[in-house]
Design a protein around this ligand. Structure first.
Ligand code: ARG
Length: 471
């Protein structure tokens, strides 16, 4: 098949090189963006008097026909035509004749591919933003439904202090809210229009880059033509956002896997979100959480891969940069499915509040409260720590919890202990007492739930306004 760039070449491309060089197998998913970009470019060329209005009309009609063919599954993508850009351009000329060859005036594939990827990512940010909000809503719903459930909080995976389950869930809500804020940053750096950079230096034609930006709903344009075709930082930023988000989901997955084990028995996942074993008839495995945890690896891998691709590249475009797309597309697919499956899994999760409460009352999770009790009676915290440490050691020897010791026993390491100690170290009291801003006391958690709803509403309104305007 004759190449669009064939003039300078005396020989055909080696078959293996042709395949190696081609990106059509994966960049064909940007066909809509490629066509939208070309239509905007053709209209701008006519508006600026670079091509005739009838020529632009013919090009636009041809491109619209190609779009319909692709959507009807009647377009065959050719490896020999390398990528989505040349597949479409070649077909355009076949359809409308040599005037199709005017489309590439004042344009290069270097700014064209950058444009397509920006357009594609902008649309995907809108989708991912909504999925992220839905997952945050699922977390809020679970927190609200289990408002007064108490479980042990952990450090080093050792029981530490009792907390509200809702408080624990809200920790993830706020992590995801920061992920959302990062996504907004990615949007700002993706909402930049690169077309008009040409191969790297700009163009000799009197183009209007702002007109293209307006037609394609970009908020701003790249200031520097070399930068516009050379950088992929917006993709790196998206991959960073995705990696951090997946790390958050991976940590939640780890907890869900632990909590659903018999050892914890804190939660039960719905049958619809688990799978069985081909040999052990009794098994019910938390595959969704495990897979999300596992897929975190490939997302981080894509970030590392692109950082490594870019780190030694001289300006401007280098073919190495074709390697940006597969990792980006795989990350988009992975993040979208992970968010969707996760929201559904959380919605189906059953919480065993009694079992959580029981665990919260074991292993001296109230020891800090006993120390705080002594401090409030005037003892310096270090001495209180020592006295309670000794009480804990004594209780362990007796095979009891602190709250199971008699008042006499509790008094033996500090004369400041009085009858009100028993109330002070009740698990519910320990939770209610942590009433500092952002703490686990029910009042604080209620207030945090209110703040979360406001955060979520603000996120959604940003999607409905700024993002909706830009896609
Ligand atoms: N398929 C190429 C890519 O994905 C498009 C840009 C090619 N530009 C070039 N001068 N070879 O990066």
């Amino acid at each position: 098949m004759s190449k669009l760039w064939g003039g300078r070449f005396a020989k055909n491309t080696d078959r293996l090189v042709e395949e190696f060089n081609s990106s059509i197998s994966f960049d064909q998913r940007m066909y809509k963006e490629d066509i939208a970009g070309s239509i905007a470019h053709a209209r701008m060329l006519a508006k600026c008097g670079i091509i005739a209005p009838e020529e632009a009309d013919g090009i636009v009609a041809g491109l619209t026909g190609i779009l319909a063919d692709i959507e009807a599954g009647q377009f065959s993508f050719e490896v020999a035509l390398e990528d989505i850009h040349m597949n479409i351009e070649k077909r355009l000329t076949e359809r409308i004749g040599p005037v199709g060859g005017k489309l590439h005036t004042a344009r290069s594939r270097n700014d064209q591919v950058a444009l397509d990827t920006h357009l594609y990512l902008k649309k995907e940010i809108a989708v991912i933003g909504r999925l992220l909000c839905d997952l945050q809503q699922a977390i809020l719903t679970a927190a609200q439904a289990n408002g007064d459930v108490i479980l042990p909080g952990y450090t080093h995976l050792q029981r530490a202090q009792p907390i509200l389950f809702a408080h624990h869930l809200l920790a993830y809500f706020f992590m995801l809210a920061r992920d959302f804020a990062r996504l907004r940053g990615v949007w700002d750096r993706t909402d930049l229009m690169p077309l008009g950079a040409g191969a790297l230096a700009g163009t000799t034609f009197p183009i209007d880059r702002h007109a293209v930006a307006d037609e394609l709903k970009f908020g701003a344009i790249y200031d520097n033509s070399i930068d516009a075709v050379s950088d992929r930082d917006y993709i790196l930023e998206f991959l960073s956002f995705a990696s951090i988000l997946m790390v958050h989901l991976s940590r939640l997955s780890e907890e869900i896997i632990l909590w659903s084990s018999s050892e914890f028995a804190f939660i039960q996942l719905d049958d619809a979100h688990c799978t069985g074993s081909s040999i052990m008839p009794q098994k019910k495995n938390p595959d969704v959480a495990e897979l999300v945890r596992g897929k975190t690896g490939r997302v981080i891998g894509h970030l590392m891969a692109l950082l490594t691709v870019l780190k030694g590249l001289p300006l401007a475009y280098n073919k190495d940069m074709q390697e940006d797309k597969e990792g980006l597309f795989d990350t988009l697919d992975t993040v979208k499915v992970s968010l969707a499956v996760y929201a559904a899994m959380l919605a189906g999760m059953k919480v065993n509040g009694a079992r959580m409460r029981q665990a919260a009352g074991q292993d001296f999770t109230n020891a800090t409260d006993m120390a705080d009790y002594l401090v409030k009676k005037g003892l310096p915290f270090r001495q209180a720590h020592e006295a309670v440490g000794k009480s804990v050691r004594y209780a362990i020897e007796q095979g009891k919890e602190l709250q199971e010791l008699s008042l006499e026993e509790l008094k033996q390491y500090s004369p400041l202990v009085e009858a009100d100690i028993l109330d002070a170290i009740r698990v519910e009291r320990c939770v209610a007492a942590r009433d500092s801003y952002g703490g686990t006391a029910p009042d604080q958690v209620r207030a945090a739930l209110g703040r979360s709803q406001a955060v979520l509403a603000a996120q959604r309104s940003w999607l409905d306004t700024s993002v909706q305007k830009g896609i």
